[in-house]
Design a protein around this ligand. Structure first.
Ligand SMILES: NC(=O)c1ccc[n+]([C@@H]2O[C@H](COP(=O)([O-])OP(=O)(O)OC[C@H]3O[C@@H](n4cnc5c(N)ncnc54)[C@H](OP(=O)(O)O)[C@@H]3O)[C@@H](O)[C@H]2O)c1
Length: 313
């Protein structure tokens, strides 16, 4: 089968298209024919091996010290179950699924094997039936960004009628977060750059702020919840000011507040919100598998619109 192989940490060019052996499922595993995967900031971090000094050791323990332990990267996929191990109960041949592959990686390939059972540790894979109203690309773009947005907004106790500010509203996590906060009945302000203002409005944001133009320290607005969906790696004038924009009991939460243990339950909640039309993944760009280098270069700009998908079969 065709796969993208990564044998060392480095720039996007370390990703190489190769012919490798098709995997065979163990007794508790399903073999998935992958139709689409995604390229995210997390994939880029794993590929480059570059993180700040505090995260260096945890990342290397998770991914590998000298080189990626799993040479086929890729954390999210959507595809079809082609074969099952003899102990598999939750899935059958022909099921259409989407998954977070976790520390097994392996989504940048025509096939991969995943265990059917749920999560016990952060980084374990999660697998569920694909939302029926999504394309394979849309489904592949959802498991991590969608569940991260759900997890953090639920943790922030987002409530009906609250004023919520989503910082980084046009990115992978942010585009889900705007829609989820609206679903919970919040009045949402989305922060992004000029070219993404219309996109963020179209997702339901009541107000938008262009961080390249507006100085929030001059704003009189205060928020019950600020969700920083950009993460700690980037800062801006707005970010340094935004804690001042909280109401007296307001909360600031960051998408980088720990690595949550995201389980099947949260993925199923996401699936339900998608199937009932409450939220829809945003796909900014899509690349075929053999253009994975270009795909990762785009992710590395730090300005992708929504999600970026990789079409495989
Ligand atoms: N806790 C966890 O386990 C976990 C797991 C995965 C990821 N993360 C974090 O989640 C973050 C977001 O991931 P993602 O996939 O959503 O990223 P993304 O799609 O690349 O989105 C980045 C967003 O940041 C905005 N942005 C870029 N530079 C900015 C700046 N200087 N000021 C303000 N906004 C800026 C972009 O908007 P414009 O293009 O409009 O500027 C875009 O909306 C990652 O960076 C990572 O830190 C955490």
């Amino acid at each position: 089968m065709k796969a993208i192989v990564c044998t060392k940490y480095g720039p996007p060019e370390v990703l190489e298209l190769k012919e490798v052996e098709k995997p065979i499922p163990n007794d508790n595993e399903v073999l998935i024919k992958i139709h689409a995967a995604s390229a995210t900031v997390s994939d880029s971090i794993v590929r480059s091996g570059k993180v700040n000094f505090l995260l260096w050791l945890p990342l290397r323990i998770f991914v590998g010290f000298k080189r990626p332990r799993k040479s086929i990267l890729g954390l999210e996929l959507a595809g079809e179950v082609e074969q099952i191990g003899k102990n598999v109960r939750r899935f059958k041949i022909g099921d259409i699924v989407f998954a977070f592959t976790g520390k097994r990686f392996g989504a940048y390939a025509e096939y991969t094997c995943l265990p059917e059972d749920g999560v016990s540790m952060p980084g374990d894979c999660i697998l569920a039936l694909k939302p029926s109203n999504l394309t394979f690309e849309e489904a592949a773009a959802s498991p991590t960004r969608g569940t991260l947005a759900l997890h953090f907004l639920k943790n922030g106790n987002v409530q009906n009628g609250q004023k919520v500010l989503i910082y980084g509203a046009s990115g992978g996590v942010g585009t889900f977060a705007v829609q989820i906060a609206k679903h919970f009945g919040a009045r949402v302000t989305g922060v992004c750059s000029t070219s993404n203002l219309e996109l963020v409005k179209s997702l339901g944001a009541d107000e938008v702020i262009d961080y390249t133009k507006e100085d929030p320290s001059k704003s009189t607005e205060h928020y019950d919840l600020i969700f920083d969906a950009v993460g700690k790696r980037k800062s801006s004038k707005f970010k340094s000011q935004c804690k001042k924009a909280l109401t007296p009991n307001g909360k600031y939460i960051s998408v980088d507040d720990g690595t949550p243990k995201i389980g099947t339950e949260l993925l199923l909640l996401l699936k339900e919100l998608i199937e009932t039309g409450k939220i829809k993944p945003v796909i900014g760009k899509s690349f075929p598998l053999d253009q994975i280098v270009e795909a990762h270069k785009h992710v590395d700009t730090g300005h992708k619109k929504g999600n970026l998908t990789i079409t495989i079969n």
